[in-house]
Design a protein around this ligand. Sequence first.
Ligand code: GDP
Length: 520
Amino acid sequence: EAEEAGEDDAELLPRPPVVTVMGHVDHGKTKLLDAIRSTDVVAGEAGGITQSIGAYQVRVHLGDETRPITFIDTPGHEAFTAMRARGAEVTDIAILVVAADDGVMPQTVEALNHAQAAGVPIVVAVNKIDKEGANPEKIRGQLTEYGLVPEEYGGDTMFVDISAKQRTNIDGLLEAVLLTADAALDLRANPNTDARGVTVEAKLDRGRGAVATVLVERGTLRVGDPIVAGSAYGRVRAMFDEHGNTLEEAGPARPAQVLGLTSVPSAGDSFIVAPDDRTARQIADRREAAGRAAELAKRRKRVSLENLTDVLKEGKVDTLNLILKGDSSGAVEALEDSLLKIDVGDEVALRVIHRGVGAVTQSDVDLATVDSAVIIGFNVRPAVRVAELADREGVDMKFYTVIYNAIEDVEAAMKGMLKPIYEEVELGTAEIRQVFRSSKFGSIAGSIVRSGVIKRGAKARLVRDGVVVNGDLTVETLRREKDDVTEVREGYECGINLSFRDIAEGDVIETWEMREKPRE
Ligand code: GDP
């Protein structure tokens, strides 16, 4: 699907993919980003890409074409999910780096979970194939268990064997990125409109003031444009690329370092071009005020095991997303197995979006924030800093030492998410002994309750000689002697007003009410 809804299709032009490199620590993410940087064939600079501005673009040969790819220069899924937590979905494709001499490790799994939760396609870079003991086949086998099935085995994930250190087959990896983008994504954007995009990195520079690297998502950013990034604003005074060259303009998927903002935005903040300086400032002020209000509202909105039903009423959840953390992989597996066996019918599903061994981390909380997940910890605790973050973000964390208690809570929460089923419950019947007609009250049925109870407000049908005369009535008023009452029991006389004229002596009034049916 084209990503700019409402945009005239003819205005949309192909744009480069934006890629994030993820993987376990020491598997070679940084080395790979360095290697890719040095493959830029058209850079023309002696040292290739020299500046670290938070993102860079390289040009890659594919057939007869030369095509750009943009890389986010901060490796790891933590930064990726932290950006998503701020609403920035910049990454189109994730490169998952796995060291061939090591294998799939906890952060490998964490990274692929985060990418999959974001719906971002993955290309696997099997790294360090130069090393003794490298076993690329083992990596393929291991990742198949996580749903990443290599193309050569009939799946749709491309695996590329590389050595980041010796710069072996980096071209092959970049080609795989482009082929995956072409196969899985329709990456187009309109370059001929006011720019908007995302802040990738920002800092305060002593000489140059606020320096922000932005990634243009659509439109073209130009020197002189008044812009707002988060609640910072200003006029683009100068722009630089990753080679340190000045830029006059930056189009879709082009990272650019921007000078001229009056304050420093945060990574993940969106930016837009405003019509003029004054409007830029107003938007920034409004965002700052709204940001504070949203911060407060967010706390109340986020899903927890207790407020699921409310969130459901807003139509937001029919899947309960969980993040499971435990003190051992066996415990996490056992917990997941038991939780996935909970069955409350087809209306509510449970999805474990991430699992892992160890304490609850900031990236767990970020992921929970983005995907409205509840964190379940088994024999683990969060760090103080992480607990504070969860509290601030309104993320629900539950800690257990007995699996059964976790199952009970989750099952109760899922049942709470079910839409209630109502059923008709018969309440009682009355026989009309005498009919009183008054101009003020209409026809009053002087009756005796034959069975059960008659309640004010109950639904009623009028039955005459075994035939339903009217099946859609309500007990509008109910009286005993001269008093209005709410109910009258079997054997007692009462006056019933059904707001229906055609009643007669001997008619039977049957009553019922709709009750929520308990689920077993
Ligand atoms: P990161 O933590 O994932 O960013 O990993 P680094 O890029 O810092 O790499 C960790 C270590 O592995 C460093 O000592 C690298 O030199 C080494 N390394 C990375 N890629 C390769 C490779 O392809 N072959 C070999 N032999 N070593 C590598």
